[in-house]
Design a protein around this ligand. Structure first.
Ligand SMILES: NC(=O)C1=CN([C@@H]2O[C@H](COP(=O)(O)OP(=O)(O)OC[C@H]3O[C@@H](n4cnc5c(N)ncnc54)[C@H](OP(=O)(O)O)[C@@H]3O)[C@@H](O)[C@H]2O)C=CC1
Ligand SMILES: O=C(CO)COP(=O)(O)O
Length: 341
C-alpha cells in the first residue's frame, strides 16, 4: 500500500468521513479543526460525537488545531469546511501549503459576496496557476454512509486531467468509486445548486404534498440547474451525471440531507432561523439560493423554483402560496429547445 500524507481541513461530518476513508486506505491523516478542545477530544474519544456519532476514527487519523502541523509534508490537502468559511481557511492555509501538494475541495456552495464558484475563490487567493493542482470532489455522498463503508460513487473534476486522475487514484477504494470529469464548472455548479432544490423538496414534504410533487420539483429543478449551468459555461451532460442528477436524487430524498430537513421544518411552519437551529449543521442551500437568485436576475435565466424558494426563505412567502405560484405559471413546453415540425 502506498503511504501518503493527507491533511483534511474541517472536522464536521464530511471532513471526519473523508479522514476515515483516507486512513482506511493506509494514509497518515491530519484532521484540522479550528478549536483545540475539539482536536483533543477527537484524539482521545476517537469519535466525532457532534457531527458524526457512531463512527470510530482509525489509528491513522490525528486531529490538530494547528494548520502548520496539519499541512506539514502533506501530498494532498482536502478542504471540507462550509463554503462561507472557504476563503478565510484558504488564506490561512496558503503560507503552509507544501509546494506540489494537490488541493481537493469537498465543499458544495458558492460565495455570496462575490457570486464566485469556490475554484474561482481559490484562484483569487492562490493565483490562477494554482488551479493546475486544484480538484473538486462532488456527487451523491452522505458522510454518514461513506464512513460506514456503504458503496458510494463520486466524481472529481479539474482543469487538468493529470490532477483529476491523481485525485481519482488517491481517493478510490472498494467502497468509494471515483470518476473523472474535465468540466470543473459543471461539477461545482451541480453540487452547489442541487441544495436549493433539496430545500424545495423538503418544504414540499413538510407541507404534506406527495411523491408526484417531489418528482416534479426534482425534474424541473434539474432543468433550471442545467439552464444556469450552461449559461455559466458548464457542459450540459455533466448534469446527467453524478454531480448533477446523482447528487440531486440523494439530497432530495435522503434522511441524512440537512438541506432537505431544513426545508421540511420550514414546510411545517418553522421560520428559517428555527429550521437552521433544528438542523444544527451547515445548510449550504440557504446561501446558494441567494447567489443563484441574483445570478438568474442578472443573466436573465428562468429559474422559477429558485425564485419561489428565495421568496419563502427571505421574503416570508408562505410555502403553500409558493407552490400555487409554481403550479399557476403560464403554460410552456417541457424542452424549449425542441420545436414542433
Ligand atoms: N456532510 C456531508 O455528507 C457532505 C458535505 N459536503 C459539503 O462539505 C462542506 C462541509 O460540510 P459538513 O462537514 O457536512 O458540515 P458540518 O455542519 O457537519 O460541519 C461544519 C464544520 O465546519 C467547521 N467550521 C465552520 N465554520 C468554520 C470556519 N470559519 N473555519 C473553520 N471551520 C469552520 C465547523 O466547526 P465548529 O464545530 O467549530 O463550528 C464544523 O467542524 C459543505 O460545503 C457541505 O455541503 C459534501 C459532501 C457530503
Ligand atoms: O451533498 C451532500 C450529499 O451528497 C450533503 O447534502 P446535505 O448538506 O443536504 O446533507
Amino acid at each position: 500500500m502506498i503511504s501518503l500524507r493527507a491533511a483534511v481541513l474541517g472536522g464536521g461530518s464530511w471532513g471526519t468521513a473523508l479522514a476515515y476513508l483516507l486512513a482506511r486506505k493506509g494514509y497518515k491523516v491530519k484532521l484540522w479543526v479550528r478549536r483545540e478542545e475539539v482536536a483533543s477530544e477527537l484524539n482521545t474519544r476517537r469519535e466525532n460525537l457532534r457531527y458524526l456519532p457512531g463512527v470510530f476514527l482509525p489509528e491513522g487519523v490525528t486531529a490538530t488545531a494547528s494548520l502548520e502541523e496539519a499541512l506539514k509534508g502533506a501530498e494532498a490537502v482536502i478542504f471540507a469546511v462550509p463554503s462561507h468559511a472557504f476563503r478565510e481557511v484558504v488564506r490561512e492555509t496558503l503560507p503552509f501549503l507544501p509546494p506540489g501538494a494537490y488541493v481537493i475541495n469537498g465543499a458544495k456552495g458558492l460565495e455570496v459576496e462575490t457570486r464566485l464558484r469556490l475554484s474561482q475563490v481559490f484562484a483569487t487567493e492562490a493565483g490562477e496557476g494554482a488551479l493546475d493542482r486544484y480538484v473538486v470532489l462532488s456527487g451523491p455522498s452522505h458522510a454518514e454512509e461513506v464512513a460506514r463503508e456503504q458503496p458510494t460513487a463520486v466524481v472529481v473534476a479539474s482543469r487538468r486531467w493529470e490532477a483529476a486522475e491523481w485525485a481519482q487514484e488517491f481517493l478510490m477504494c472498494p467502497f468509494f468509486r471515483v470518476y473523472t470529469n474535465p468540466d470543473l464548472v459543471g461539477v461545482e455548479l451541480g453540487g452547489a445548486l442541487k441544495n436549493i432544490i433539496a430545500l424545495g423538496t423538503g418544504i414540499c414534504e413538510g407541507i404534506g404534498f406527495g411523491d408526484n410533487a417531489k418528482a416534479a420539483l426534482m425534474t424541473r429543478g434539474l432543468t433550471e440547474i442545467a439552464r444556469l449551468g450552461v449559461r455559466l459555461g458548464a457542459n450540459p451532460l455533466t448534469f446527467t451525471g453524478l454531480a448533477g442528477v446523482g447528487d440531486l436524487i440523494v439530497t432530495c430524498t435522503s434522511r441524512h440531507s440537512r438541506n432537505r430537513r431544513a426545508g421540511w421544518e420550514i414546510g411545517k411552519g418553522k421560520s428559517l432561523e428555527e429550521a437552521l437551529a433544528a438542523v444544527g449543521m451547515v445548510v449550504e442551500g440557504v446561501r446558494t439560493t441567494k447567489v443563484a437568485y441574483a445570478l438568474a436576475q442578472e443573466l436573465g435565466v428562468k429559474m422559477p423554483i429558485t425564485v419561489e424558494t428565495y421568496k419563502v426563505l427571505f421574503e416570508g412567502l408562505s410555502p403553500l402560496v409558493a407552490a400555487q405560484n409554481l403550479m399557476g405559471r403560464a403554460r410552456t413546453r417541457e424542452i424549449e429547445e425542441v420545436g414542433y415540425c
